[in-house]
Design a protein around this ligand. Structure first.
Ligand code: GLA
Length: 368
């Protein structure tokens, strides 16, 4: 029997810093206690074969035939990673592998089930093929796979959270330099729970709104004469208002104020602790709803209901247009917040949301 080895990588919740990653700004996500596993067996040829618990079909391809245009469906994530590794390392002599993928990260909830697959496969192949790539580079590998093999123009946040996360910490990432710091969250010590409210409204970042928002940001940066919106501060917004049309201005204002909110959240977490960040979460949601316009009625309802029922703060998390909201809730109010959200969805005739708490957890690793 060949040796089976296993690697795993988590999904993520973004605490704050939405759509700032591809603007070379700041994000503050954390890895969650829902993981994807990649079991790996080395073959004696140069074929890669992937299977998963969520698809009937195995997909098999020669390593030398891998290319972004030859991959589709779910297998584009793991096979895209195998292809993308070749951009940073010499994979010409590596052996073929069998990879089996399983996951407890909910799909389509905005919790980065895709980055969890990419990161689990990236660490598994990096170790097995002895490529010696570091974690920030593996994040780039996952992003390249997602951008080119899957076709979603996403940033570097999700893969970074999945690869760099630590128990009870968020990853404060500068998406320009890729330098990161771990910031202690301390939710449990402060008697807080992080509730995820998955609206069940589906979103796909390979199409539609996500790419349109990215294009607006690039237009704004071009018209303002900067390399990326990272280079604009809150003090520059008056000038931006004179230069930009109203819609582009509001897109820019979201990014600029959101970058500032990430910096403020890090400072508040360090100086005052997690009970003091609620207002920043609320402001982030309002900015995404009104300026960036990526919320949907179900997300707004989840956020408003959680806030009214005792959450310290709440916001949609992830790319938007569906997926999940998060609420920071004192443990004693958790039952009431969940029940209030359940009731509010029923009253509005929305499908019942899925609610669960998450804890900040370890990033990708060998083992489960
Ligand atoms: C998705 C993308 C990320 C990021 C977020 C929005 O999760 O994959 O790169 O842009 O949306 O913050």
């Amino acid at each position: 029997m060949p040796d089976i080895e296993v690697w795993s990588a988590p999904g993520r919740v973004n605490l704050i810093g939405e759509h700032t990653d591809y603007n070379e700004g700041f994000v503050l996500p954390f890895a969650i206690d829902r993981r994807t596993t990649a079991e790996l067996v080395v073959r004696d040829d140069r074929t890669i074969r992937v299977t998963s618990t969520f698809a009937d079909r195995a997909v098999e391809i020669a390593l030398d035939d891998l290319g972004p245009d030859r991959l589709d469906g779910w297998s584009a994530y793991p096979l895209g990673v195998a292809w993308a590794l070749g951009h940073w390392a010499d994979t010409s002599g590596v052996p073929g592998v069998e990879i089996h993928i399983d996951s407890t990260v909910p799909v389509g909830a905005g919790l980065s089930s895709s980055a969890a697959i990419e990161s689990a496969v990236a660490v598994a192949l990096n170790d097995t093929w002895r490529l010696g790539l570091d974690r920030p580079t593996l994040a780039r590998v996952g992003q390249l796979a997602e951008n080119k093999a899957v076709g979603a123009p996403t940033g570097i946040m999700d893969q970074s959270a999945s690869l760099l996360g630590r128990a009870d910490h968020a990853v404060f990432l500068d998406c320009r330099s890729l330098e990161s710091q771990l910031v202690e969250l301390g939710f449990a010590t402060a008697g807080l729970e992080l509730l995820v409210i998955d609206t069940g409204v589906s979103h796909a970042h390979a199409t539609g709104g996500y790419a349109a928002r990215r294009a607006s940001c690039e237009l704004g940066a071009r018209l303002l004469g900067v390399a990326a919106l990272r280079d604009i501060g809150v003090d520059d917004l008056d000038r931006a208002r004179d230069v930009l049309d109203d819609e582009t201005f509001r897109r820019v204002r979201h990014i600029v104020t959101e970058n500032q909110r990430v910096l403020d959240t890090v400072r508040v977490l360090r100086d005052e602790g997690p009970t003091a960040i609620g207002g920043l979460l609320d402001a982030s949601h309002a900015s995404m709803r009104d300026d960036f316009e990526i919320s949907v009625p179900e997300l707004d309802l989840a956020v408003e209901t959680a806030q009214a029922a005792g959450a310290l703060g709440a916001r949609m998390t992830g790319g938007g247009f569906g997926g999940a909201a998060i609420a920071l809730v004192p443990s004693g109010s958790l039952t009431e917040v969940r029940a209030a959200v359940e009731r509010a969805f029923a009253e509005r005739g929305f499908a019942a949301p899925t609610q669960f708490t998450v804890a900040a957890s370890e990033g990708a690793r060998r083992g489960l």
